[in-house]
Structures are given as C-alpha cells and as structure tokens.
Design a protein around this ligand. Structure first.
Ligand code: RIB
Ligand code: CA
Length: 312
C-alpha cells in the first residue's frame, strides 16, 4: 500500500489526541504536519496540547502550525465542559518542549498543496473548519489539488450535540463548513450518526489501560474523562470516540459504509445554525458533494485502534 501523505487539522481535545496517536502509529500514513485550530478550547491550549501529544508519541520533530484563533465570521464557542479547562484533561503530561512552527497553519496548508503533486495530499479535519476554509478562500486553486478531505462533523438523524440540530465542529464555524462543503474536492464526512457507534465501553477502555504503556494509559484516561460527560448525557456505556474515525477510515475504509449525497449547512437561522442538511433520500436535485458515512464496524474499529496504540 502506498504511503499516504496527510495533514491533520485539529483542535485537541481528547478524541483528537487519540486520532493523532492512531495516525502516528500507522506506517501507511505520512503525517506532514498538524494545523491547529481553536475549537474544543482556545488556540493557546490546542497548540500546547498538540505539542504534548507529539512528545507523548515521541515525535518532537513533527511540525505544528498554529492557525485560526476564531471562526471566520462569529465569536469562538468552546467546550471546556466536555474536555476540561485545558482541553486535554484526564492525564498529566509534561510541559511540552518542542517549538511551534513560525508559519501560520493556513500558509502551511496552501504551500504544501501547491508544492506537492496534484492528488497526493489528504486533509483530515478533526475540528472547526476555519483553517481549511481560510486556505480555500485565499487560494482557490488548491481545492483541485486535494486528493481527499476526510472530516468529522455534522449530523443527520442523530441530531446535534451542541444544539438540538447542530454538531460542534460545524456549529462553531458554519460559514467555514459551508465553504469547505462547496470547494469541489472529494469529501468523506464522519457525522454523529457514525461516531455515536464508536462507544468507549468500559471493556474497550480497559483494553487500552491493559497495554501497560504510557500511550495506553493516556488513551484510557482521556477516554474515561471524555466519557463522563457524554455517557451521562446519552445514558450509554461509554462515549462516542469521534475523531479517530477519520484516521481509521484511511487505514481500513471497509469498516465504514455510507452514501454519496448532498449536504449543505445552515448559516443564517439562529434556531438551526450549523445544522447539516443531509439530502439522504435525494429529495432535491442538489449535486452530490460528500460521502456521508452512517455505518461502522465498531468491533473492527476498536481492534484496529487498540492494535495501533499498542505500537507505542
Ligand atoms: O462533535 C464532536 C467534535 O467536536 C469532535 O471533533 C470533538 O473533538 C469536538 O471538536
Ligand atoms: Ca476535534
């Protein structure tokens, strides 16, 4: 299998952290860098968290680029009540030593897509889409150069997790999401309909802890911390492990199933702001713009994740 070059755009967050570890543990992927966005917590914390995750993975060489500190056109909304004050609560990690890159994340995205051959870079978006949208708005030429965008965001029948009808990543920056969904690049979406099948049950968390490694302990602790909010809210055994679904798709796409449909984003209505309007039944003649994933082999997903985390 050819090594796939990816950029991970992220707002770490415990589930982002697990996704980043999964990518760094996988030889099939060449992570060119992390572009950081504000989302779960402010940009200061998301960049610091990214550095701590890279050092935990023993990758202090991985370039980290700070990006947008706020959405394109509205104030930032964060989620400390879910992820804790730092955004990476659950395990104490050493103060990071690795430096951030000087370049802005948006410049890194644009320059990488222009420098690498057409169709060789995959963008993995794990947070609000402010960085990606800014790149496409500043450099419209790069959209045709993207191999694929795989993003965690949106919802259809699952409803919202930050309002009754909006998922957090889309809600935080709906204008950015609308720009990305209209950019013309091939897009795979992992909505809540999919990620709510990836539940961190007690047995699955124990399997991480039983690895007996620093990475296994961190993943078990992060998923336990992250779990406390969602498990209570949804009354399930475990919390949805959203962002690693993006990386798992690159590694074993057969774990996922979905449908090519049209998805648009509400950017005007205060009642439904950030809602992803998924035309699952083809009720409109709007052009297909995403592969919308709704089926997951959850056992296979956690087998893959546990096996890869065991590699650290
Ligand atoms: O709605 C879940 C998404 O919002 C995940 O990416 C989580 O990390 C938060 O960013
Ligand atoms: Ca995230």
């Amino acid at each position: 299998m050819a090594v796939r070059k990816i950029i991970i755009d992220t707002d770490p967050g415990q589930d982002d952290a697990v996704a980043i570890l999964l990518a760094l543990a996988s030889d099939e992927l060449d992570v060119l860098g992390l572009s950081i966005v504000a989302g779960n917590v402010g940009l200061h914390h998301t960049t610091r968290n990214a550095a701590m995750i890279c050092e935990l993975a023993q990758r202090p060489d991985l370039p980290i680029f700070a990006g947008c500190a706020a959405p394109l056109a509205r104030p930032l909304v964060t989620a400390e009540h879910v992820h804790g004050k730092t955004g990476l609560d659950g395990v104490a990690l050493p103060e990071p030593q690795m430096p951030l890159q000087d370049r802005h994340a948006v410049d890194f995205i644009i320059e990488t897509l222009r420098a690498e051959p057409v169709g060789t870079i995959t963008l993995c978006a794990l947070g609000p889409l402010s960085n990606l949208a800014s790149a496409f708005q500043r450099a419209p030429d790069i959209a045709a150069r993207v191999a694929q965008i795989v993003l965690m965001g949106g919802a259809y029948s699952a409803g919202g997790n930050v309002t009754p009808c909006a998922e957090f990543n889309i809600f935080v920056d709906p204008e950015a999401a609308a720009t990305v969904l209209a950019c013309g690049a091939p897009i795979v979406m992992m909505p809540l309909d999919l990620t709510h099948q990836a539940l961190t049950s007690k047995a699955r968390v124990a399997a991480f802890r039983d690895l007996g490694t620093a990475a296994g302990h961190a993943v078990a602790s992060w998923t336990s911390f992250f779990d406390r909010y969602d498990a209570r809210k949804y009354g399930q055994d475990g919390a949805p492990l959203h962002d690693p679904c993006v990386i798992a798709y690159l590694l074993q796409p057969e774990l996922f199933s979905g449908r090519d449909i049209n998805v648009m984003v509400e950017t005007q209505s205060p009642l439904t702001l950030g809602m992803t309007v998924a035309d699952w039944w083809g009720a409109t003649k709007r052009p297909t713009n995403v592969t919308f994933m709704t089926g997951l082999d959850a056992e296979g997903f956690f087998e893959l994740l546990t096996e890869r985390i065991a590699r650290f």
